[in-house]
Write a protein of this length. Structure first.
Length: 226
């Protein structure tokens, strides 16, 4: 299977082409902003390097969150547009699952963590590579309690790992991997294994957006206080 994977959900812009888990072309650029400007060029470059053209793709994989609201929309819109143009399936990949899969070994307990700010982390816990529950937005204190309950040696992965480790320096940690985004190889494995019917390219939001729509239209008078 030849597939293109795209990730713009966190602190990097990733585009990569894999065939049967073999990387044909990979671009991974750490960035906080600017995913929209770079993604098209990165996809163009990896497709040219991989050869065969867009028609050679069997599917497209894209991260669906949790992550940056704007970043998610960039990757999802691009992947869905490409899938529609090529008539190829597009599968959604959880960023937390991809972070967990980016570890060198799936053995032992692990926590994939993304800094959600406002004293929270997006988290999902794993044991030997298998999830122990759904992804959640948790207060840092609650996340620490759940991780401590897994045992004395838990691997933390994601940019939320440093947040948790900094808040609780006495928490015994097996290994802290504060990578800014999932590894392209992990994205490819998950995208290849995903069933398009159960992994749609829909954004995964674990918390309401910080911005809210205006309560009145421009020029409309304010409502009197009750």
């Amino acid at each position: 299977m030849r597939l293109l994977v795209i990730d713009t959900a966190l602190g990097a812009c990733t585009a990569a082409v894999f065939e049967d888990e073999r990387p044909l072309a990979v671009r991974f650029e750490p960035m906080v902003k600017g995913h929209q400007e770079r993604l098209g060029g990165l996809v163009r470059d990896v497709m040219a390097e991989a050869g065969g053209g867009f028609e050679s793709l069997d599917r497209v994989g894209v991260t669906v969150g949790p992550g940056s609201f704007t970043g998610l929309r960039v990757g999802l819109a691009f992947a869905q547009g490409l899938g529609a143009a090529l008539d190829r399936p597009v599968v959604g990949i959880s960023t937390l699952d991809a972070l967990a899969a980016s570890r060198g070994s799936p053995d032992g307990p692990a926590a994939a963590l993304i800094d959600a700010r406002r004293g929270q982390v997006y988290a999902r816990l794993f044991a030997d590579g298998a999830p122990l529950g759904e992804a959640e937005a948790l207060p840092i204190e609650q996340a620490a309690e759940r991780i401590a309950a897994l045992g004395p040696a838990v691997a933390l992965v994601g940019n939320g790992a440093a947040v948790l480790a900094g808040a609780f320096p006495d928490l015994t940690i097996w290994r802290t991997d504060d990578r800014v985004a999932p590894a392209p190889e992990a994205l490819a494995r998950l995208a290849a294994d995903a069933d398009p019917a159960t992994h749609p390219p829909r954004p995964l939001y674990l918390r309401a957006p910080d911005a809210t729509p205006p309560s009145r239209l421009p020029g409309q008078p304010r409502q009197p206080q009750a």
